[in-house]
Design a binder for this molecule. Structure first.
Ligand code: NAD
Ligand code: ZN
Ligand code: ZN
Length: 369
């Protein structure tokens, strides 16, 4: 059946988001409809409202949600009504060259459908019957969402749903960058630039991986305080130093083995490269404007054997990594409760976006009844 659903929509880049009542159509073949329980507000949602991430409006926002399956389409065997799931903005078709070689975040078919379902169509329409695109094949900042089965991962129903929601972006992106992309070894020296929802998870990933030093770098003292609670051993406020990379090098007696850029700016990537020790690796996690560029000394790559690499959704295999990360939470090895600074109703979504811009939250989470 088609369901009326409140949803958070970007109508035009540079304009405030709107909360609208939309229509969510029934699941077709290999699709499910979920009743969303909670949806985190990620900086990438904000970037889609400014045009930094260029998904065309009108666009239903949201890609970091948990929910309960309420209807399944034809041919669905992996899910049934009542299952608890989290969304995945990666479709993982399982058949393309990248999926087959074990890198589903690079799925070639997912790439073709970044703001629709994998078949290029949508199940979302506004009150006038116009199609609405969906962020990352999800569009889960809404009471209901119809997803392709490749964009959903089943989870243990014992896991609290708001905490589970965060696993599908902030947590897997930060923790996965450490575990999967960088493969940080115990005793490593590390730095994380930008300690918001994603960066705090890179911090706790480094802590869980047994890093010896974890330097948090940010422009906000309150974020740096949070970073300490997630395992940072040192902090640098960019506003207090002339050169953040030099400050990190000094604190770590020569530089770090791994630096994570979780801001999305070429200038910060350059800092995260400059603070490396010999043999170090910079992992770029932040999503920059498409025209943004970075710079580093070319010679330092061979002469110091430095590496620079990117990380998309923590280089995750969602079906494996989401339950694995929730397992670490259940074992007390990852903090998820502490990530949720504030919850909002869907009508309060504009406030949640303002609070993100003001840097008030580790994560703001929209919870549904
Ligand atoms: N690679 C991926 O798969 C992926 C997934 C999710 C989010 N992201 C991206 O990661 C980035 C962070 O997202 P988030 O949700 O954590 O955002 P956030 O707004 O919660 O956090 C950003 C942090 O960066 C800090 N900051 C801003 N400018 C800075 C600077 N010049 N130097 C150091 N710190 C600075 C802010 O104070 C804030 O604490 C965004 O670019 C987002 O689009 C990437
Ligand atoms: Zn996100
Ligand atoms: Zn694929």
């Amino acid at each position: 059946m088609t369901r009326e659903s409140k949803a958070v929509v970007c109508r035009e880049w540079g304009k405030p988001i709107t909360v609208e009542t939309i229509q969510v159509a029934a699941p077709r073949k290999n699709e499910i409809t979920i009743k969303v329980a909670a949806c985190g507000v990620c900086h990438s949602d904000l970037s889609a409202t400014t045009g930094k991430i260029q998904y065309p409006p009108p666009l239903v926002l949201g890609h970091e949600a948990s929910g309960i399956v309420i209807e399944v389409g034809e041919g669905v065997t992996a899910f049934k009504e009542g299952d608890h799931v989290v969304s995945s903005f990666i479709s993982m078709c399982g058949k393309c060259r990248q999926c087959v070689r074990g890198r589903p975040v690079l799925c070639e078919n997912a790439r073709k459908a970044m703001f629709t379902l994998p078949d290029g169509t949508v199940r979302t329409q506004d009150k006038d019957g116009n199609d609405l695109n969906v962020f990352g094949a999800c569009g889960v900042m809404a009471e209901y969402a119809t997803l392709h089965v490749d964009n959903a991962v089943k989870i243990d129903p014992a896991t609290p749903l708001p905490q589970a929601a965060l696993v599908s972006c902030a947590v897997v992106t930060g923790v996965g960058a450490v575990f999967n992309t960088a493969k940080v070894e115990p005793g490593s020296r590390t730095a994380v630039f930008g300690v918001g929802g994603v960066g705090l998870n890179a911090i706790q990933g480094c802590h869980t991986a047994g890093a010896e030093m974890i330097v948090a770098v940010d422009t906000s003292d309150s974020k740096l305080q949070m970073a300490k609670e997630f395992g940072a051993t040192h902090t640098v406020n960019i506003n207090d130093v002339e050169d953040a990379a030099k400050a990190v090098k000094k604190l770590t007696e020569g530089g770090v083995d791994y630096a994570f850029e979780c801001v999305g700016a070429g200038a910060v990537v350059a800092q995260a490269y400059k603070c490396l020790a010999r043999g170090g690796t910079t992992v770029v996690v932040g999503v920059a404007d498409p025209k943004d560029k970075t710079q580093f000394g070319t010679l330092s790559m061979p002469a110091d054997e430095r590496t620079i690499k990117g990380s998309w959704l923590g280089s995750a295999r969602p079906q494996y990594d989401f339950p694995r990360i929730l397992g670490l939470y259940n074992m007390g090895k990852l903090k998820l409760d502490e990530l949720i600074t504030k919850t909002y109703s869907i009508d309060e979504a504009p406030q949640a976006f303002d609070d993100m811009v003001a840097g008030k939250n580790a994560r703001g989470v929209i919870v549904f009844e």
